[in-house]
Design a protein around this ligand. Structure first.
Ligand code: M6R
Length: 365
């Protein structure tokens, strides 16, 4: 049932504050300001040699975001791979490591094969999965469900932000257990996570503005998305959503890679969507925007008030997000990139809930 919404995708976008709140409430002890993980983990965070992550598509991009969190909070090395590459690469694995697989359906063939490879190679396997009865959930040692509820739209939205919520909680817990996050910091991070749904509601208020911007995007042949730090996976997720829904060619790049190739694409016809909260790397992204502006590129900036103030370039549009703690920025900034893709697709008249050539669950390789 789509409720009052025209598409399942839009309904699922709007469900996010609620399902992210449900998911965080499951993993965070709000009153104590602590992360609450499944009891009796079969490994000790302090002795973990490394973490590997494998997943596909949007779930892979949740994993890539998590790499930044695990490295920052827990000071642990993370290898992240697209599952279809991981499964055949025969990568050596130090026994006793942790393999995290991320999957909405829990049935993705390549992700399942990666899980099995990791198990055979002595890894503890933890699944972040939305379907608790799925094969991936059944075959994993530890299951941390996302509580997004059934996701009908082929484009993943609420499962993605719930995956981010689970992975952020896990990274904070790892940081605490490894002694890099103290009780006070944990409390602060947990509080920040609890605020995410409220900020997502704020972000949803930009829908009308975004629908206007989508009219312009629907005329583009190619769209480039840029971001740095945890905004880099979100830029890639924005590009993935746009191409799968609107069939417009889109690419997500690390902003710092601009001058290593994609800058050659930029001219007056090329919209460049920049995902850039006013964070530690904001200034660096500003210089990339200047490079785009100097070549006549059409900048569409997704930032907060401070970022808008310090952008130093002319933009064709600026989407102003609430000012959010850095850790939850990827969760909150997912909302505008989903709405951009959704409205561009609606503008183009494509089948939003069932894009051509795609399946919700990819059970064959
Ligand atoms: O069910 P899974 O999360 O394992 O699926 C992975 C990808 O197939 C999926 O995220 C795909 O990229 C979506 N269509 C993205 O919106």
């Amino acid at each position: 049932d789509k409720g009052n919404h025209k598409h399942f995708m839009l309904k699922e976008i709007y469900e996010q504050p609620e399902v992210v709140a449900r998911t965080t409430a499951h993993y965070l002890d709000m009153a104590a300001g602590k992360v609450r993980l499944p009891a009796d983990l079969p490994f000790d965070w302090a002795n973990l040699p490394r973490i590997s992550i494998a997943a596909c598509g949007t779930a892979y991009l949740a994993g890539l975001t998590a790499k930044y969190w695990f490295e920052r909070f827990a000071r642990i090395q993370v290898d992240i791979d697209i599952a279809s590459e991981f499964r055949y690469r025969e990568t050596p694995m130090v026994p006793g490591g942790l393999m995290i697989v991320v999957s909405q359906s829990g049935e993705t063939a390549d992700t399942l094969a990666s899980l099995r490879y990791a198990k055979e190679n002595g890894q503890h396997v933890l699944a972040v999965v939305n379907v608790p009865t799925s094969t991936i959930a059944r075959e994993s040692h530890i299951v941390m469900p996302t509580l997004a509820g059934p996701e009908i739209g082929v484009a993943s939205t609420k499962a993605f932000t719930c995956q981010l919520a689970v992975l952020a909680s896990l990274a904070i817990a790892a940081g605490k257990a490894r002694g890099f996050v103290n009780a006070e910091e944990e409390d602060k991070l947990v509080r920040a996570m609890m605020e995410a749904p409220r900020y997502m509601n704020e972000a949803l208020k930009q829908e009308e503005h975004i629908a206007g911007i989508a009219k312009m995007l629907s005329k583009a042949r190619d769209v480039l998305y840029l971001g740095r730090g945890t905004s880099y996976p979100i830029a890639m997720e924005g590009a993935l959503k746009l191409k799968e829904l609107s069939y417009i060619h889109a690419e997500g790049y690390a902003a710092g890679e601009l001058k290593h190739g994609p800058i050659a694409l930029i001219d007056e016809t090329m919209p460049v969507i920049v995902i850039a909260p006013f964070d530690k790397v904001y200034e660096k992204t500003v210089s990339n925007m200047q490079e785009v502006a100097a070549r006549g590129g059409q900048i569409l900036l997704v930032t907060d008030e401070k970022g808008a103030e310090h952008a130093e370039v002319e933009t064709v549009a600026t989407i102003v997000m609430p000012d959010v703690p850095a850790t939850i920025a990827p969760i909150v900034y997912s909302v505008p990139i989903q709405l951009i893709a959704y409205h561009t697709a609606v503008e183009m008249g494509t089948d939003v809930d069932q894009p051509r050539n795609l399946a919700k669950s990819v059970t064959v390789e």
